[in-house]
Ligand binder design. Structure first.
Ligand code: COA
Length: 272
C-alpha cells in the first residue's frame, strides 16, 4: 500500500508584475512546466525571474519525484521525460487546450527545453498521467501510447512553502469524465502532503471552465477569490486533520515504485 510503503502517518501595473513574479514567471506548458493558469502562465517565452531559496525546502525538493512512479486504479503517474515530449507537443497544438490551460504553443525544441527545465527547477513537480487501463491491456506498449495528460504542483508563495498550486490536464478527449482527473489530483495532493510537506492547495481556473471548477469543488476545494483581470477563480483546500485522513483514505490503494526499476512494468507483480 502506498501509505505503508512510504510510511505515511498518518493590480496597477506594479501589482500585476509583482503578482506574476510571485507566481514564477516563465513559459510552462508555456510557463515553466505544467499547464494552466497558475505559476507564471502569463509571462510567455521569457526568462524565469530568479527567486530566493525558500526556508524549509532543499534545493532538490521538487525534483524528488524524478525516480518515482505512482500506481493508482485509473491512472499511473510517471515523471515527465524526453520520451513524453513528442506526444505532449502534439496535445498542446490544440487551441482548446491552449485556452483551458492558458498556454501558448511552443516549438518542439522549446518543448524539449521546457521538459528539461522541469527536471531542473526546484519549485515545481510534474507527473505525466498514464491511462492505467490501457497500460494493463497493452503491457508491451511504450509509455507514450498510454499518455493522457499531466498533473503539476508549483510552490508559488515565497512566504509559505507549505502552499502548493495544483493543476491538471486530461488532454485525451476520450479519457475525460472517466475519473482520471480526479484520481490524478488526489494522488498528487497526497504526494505533495506526505513527500513535499504541503498542507494547503490552490487551483487557479478559468472562470468558464465548469468541468474543472466542479471537479475541484468535489475534491473539497472552496472558491476563495475571483480575478476579473485574468478571468479566473482561485479555489483552495486547507488540509486539516479530517481532510488529511480523507485524502489518505482516498489514496490508500496507491503504490509508489522506483521509476528506473522497471519491475513495476511487471503486471503479474502489480495486481492493483
Ligand atoms: C477538467 C479536467 C481535468 C477534469 O478531469 P476529468 O478526468 O475529465 O474529470 P473526472 O472524470 O474526474 O470528473 C470529476 C468531476 O468533474 C466534473 N466534470 C468533469 N467533466 C465534466 C464535464 N464535461 N462537464 C461538467 N462537469 C464535469 C464533474 O463534477 C465530475 O464529477 P461526476 O463524474 O460525478 O460528474 C479535464 O476535463 C481536463 O483536463 N480538461 C482540459 C484541461 C483543463 O481544463 N484543465 C484544468 C485547468 S485548471
Amino acid at each position: 500500500m502506498f501509505m505503508e510503503a512510504r510510511g505515511w502517518a498518518g493590480k496597477g501595473e506594479g501589482k500585476v508584475v509583482d503578482w506574476l513574479r510571485r507566481r514564477g514567471a516563465g513559459p510552462r506548458r508555456r510557463r515553466s512546466g505544467g499547464s494552466a493558469f497558475c505559476a507564471g502562465a502569463r509571462v510567455r517565452g521569457g526568462s524565469r525571474i530568479p527567486e530566493p531559496a525558500r526556508p524549509g525546502l532543499s534545493g532538490a525538493a521538487m525534483k524528488v519525484n524524478q525516480n518515482t512512479v505512482l500506481l493508482g486504479q485509473k491512472v499511473i503517474l510517471v515523471p515527465y521525460t524526453a520520451e513524453h515530449v513528442p506526444r505532449y507537443h502534439e496535445w498542446m497544438k490544440s487551441e482548446e487546450l491552449q485556452r483551458l490551460t492558458a498556454s501558448e504553443p511552443l516549438t518542439l525544441e522549446q518543448e524539449y527545453a521546457m521538459q528539461h527545465s522541469w527536471r531542473e527547477d526546484t519549485d515545481k513537480c510534474t507527473f505525466i498521467v498514464l491511462d492505467a487501463e490501457k497500460w494493463r491491456a497493452q503491457p508491451d506498449s511504450a509509455e507514450e501510447n498510454c499518455m493522457v495528460g499531466d498533473v503539476n504542483l508549483f510552490l508559488t508563495d515565497l512566504q509559505d512553502p507549505t502552499l502548493g498550486e495544483i493543476e491538471v490536464m486530461i488532454a485525451e478527449l476520450s479519457c475525460r469524465h472517466r475519473g482520471l482527473g480526479t484520481e490524478a489530483v488526489l494522488m498528487m495532493m497526497a504526494y505533495g502532503m506526505t513527500t513535499l510537506g504541503l498542507n494547503k492547495f490552490e487551483a487557479k481556473i478559468g472562470q468558464g471552465n465548469e468541468p474543472s471548477i466542479c471537479m475541484f469543488k468535489k475534491l473539497h476545494f472552496e472558491q476563495v477569490a475571483t480575478n476579473n483581470i485574468f478571468q479566473e477563480v482561485t479555489l483552495r483546500l486547507l488540509v486539516t486533520e479530517p481532510e488529511r485522513e480523507w485524502l489518505l483514505k482516498q489514496t490508500s490503494h496507491v503504490e509508489e515504485k522506483q521509476y528506473r526499476d522497471r519491475s513495476w512494468w511487471n503486471h503479474e507483480a502489480n495486481s492493483f
